[in-house]
Design a protein around this ligand. Structure first.
Ligand code: PMP
Length: 421
């Protein structure tokens, strides 16, 4: 292709654009797990909007709810007024997600997107405790605004920002050194030692599976030990579920499998259901110390996203097969790519939980980018992640059929096998 149809992007759009560098096509329509270019080329989408498309592109039921909302001139912009669409969402979220799990959280709409949820969580923790510092983890990713960036481990992502605003102390994520007991003994000693130089933190922020960090999955025992440490040390536990929440790991929240109850939880990406921006911050009722208007934003609580989010919750709740489907598809991925790892044991490692899946290139990190480009040539969209972009990341829609999963996985496995052979 001569790519003259994408020239305007290179001429006009900032050099900060990234995904489009790998995918020099103009995309136009999408349905389910397929996305189609202006010229009619079809791609299988295993990138899944970086986790925003757990229900695929243009789900029919959500589309109907959206059209119905628009046709009756339902309010789109409401700031934080009470609206019918917001009530529907809150009611479903409360009845179908929070209450069955015994999670008695307050719900806050902190702004349009994931980073707004993280900012609100950090601010709330600081306000509640009167402390300033935050503990974060190696390879973490929490967003692009200055507060959430300050608690993001990836140095490339931080490069545009200079000196962080929030005092963050990175701790080793699970498997960084290896032993759970040793990690937490070390952390606790540093926290209790007045000579260690660490400021007593307001909160710990952590992802149960690090998405941008390379699909690193923390073990249940590690998360439990972290949660217990937080309780002993009177530090609030924030789980950032922006990417791994909404069913990605099998259960609705990524922390459920560990049997822990965080003090604060952030959600975005797939909570809107249809790829529309929506962010949610959940916190223990006794932490609701906000004064009215202390955290606001013009586009908090988008009513179009409430309309689709309510349908998404109904779908997740009524379709109890979705959870099993996710776990079974995740298992299938590990078996299928396990054979490739057996063939190249020195080179590859599988990562993740449920349908958060990664294939890490251990020795030649640069091959992941090559694999991504070759997958694109063969009509499959995948992303890379990890500190050196060495991990191929799958965040395929959870509603993907087994046939579609096999189709894309075969392409990716062939590409990797050819690169390593
Ligand atoms: N937290 C996590 C764990 C994320 O993966 C992301 C986005 N990749 C964010 C926060 C930021 O979300 P957003 O890009 O919507 O601001």
């Amino acid at each position: 292709p001569d790519h003259s149809d994408v020239a305007i992007f290179g001429e006009r759009e900032s050099e900060v654009r990234s995904y489009s560098r790998n995918w020099p096509e103009v995309f136009d329509t999408a349905k389910g797990v397929r996305i189609t270019t202006e010229s009619g080329e079809q791609y299988l989408d295993f990138f899944g909007g970086a986790g925003a498309l757990n229900y695929g592109h243009n789900d029919d039921d959500m589309k109907a709810a959206l059209l119905e909302h628009i046709e009756r001139d339902g309010i789109t912009h409401s700031l934080d007024k009470f609206t019918v669409a917001k009530r529907r969402f809150l009611q479903s979220f409360s009845d179908k997600i929070l209450e069955p799990r015994g999670l008695d959280y307050k719900v806050m709409f902190p702004g349009p997107t994931g980073t707004n949820a993280v900012e609100s969580a950090l601010k709330l923790a600081r306000k509640v405790t009167g402390r300033e510092a935050i503990l974060n983890f190696t390879n973490s990713f929490h967003g692009m605004t200055l507060g959430s960036l300050s608690v993001t481990g990836n140095s490339m992502k931080r490069a545009g920002a200079g000196i962080p605003l929030v005092h963050a102390t990175p701790m080793p994520y699970d498997n960084y050194f290896g032993g759970i007991t040793e990690d937490f003994q070390w952390m606790e000693r540093v926290l209790e030692d007045s000579g260690s130089g660490i400021n007593r933190p307001a909160a710990v922020i952590v992802e149960c599976v690090q998405g941008e960090g390379g699909i690193n999955a923390a073990r249940a025992e590690w998360l439990k030990a972290l949660s217990e440490l937080c309780k002993r040390q009177d530090i609030l536990l924030i789980i950032d579920d922006v990417q791994m929440g909404c069913g990605r790991t099998g259960e609705f929240f990524s922390f459920e499998f560990a049997g822990i109850k965080p003090d604060i939880v952030t959600l975005s990406k797939s909570i809107g259901g249809y790829g529309l921006p929506l962010a949610v911050t959940l916190f223990r009722k006794d932490l609701d110390v906000w004064a009215a208007g202390e955290h606001n934003g013009t586009f908090r609580g988008n009513n179009l996203a409430f309309a689709t989010a309510a349908v998404a919750i109904e779908k997740y709740w009524s379709d109890d097969k979705l959870q099993n489907h996710t776990l079974e598809n995740g298992k299938w991925l590990r078996e299928f790519f396990g054979k490739l790892v057996e063939k190249h044991p020195e080179e590859l490692e599988l990562r993740g939980r449920g349908m958060a899946f990664g294939i890490a290139f251990l020795k030649r990190p640069e091959l992941a980018e090559e694999a991504l480009a070759e997958c694109f040539n063969r009509k499959l969209l995948v992303e890379t992640a990890g500190p050196n972009d060495e991990v191929i990341k799958f965040l395929a829609p959870l509603v993907i059929t087994r046939d579609e999963l096999e189709e894309g996985s075969k392409i990716c496995a062939e590409v990797i096998d050819e690169l390593l052979s």
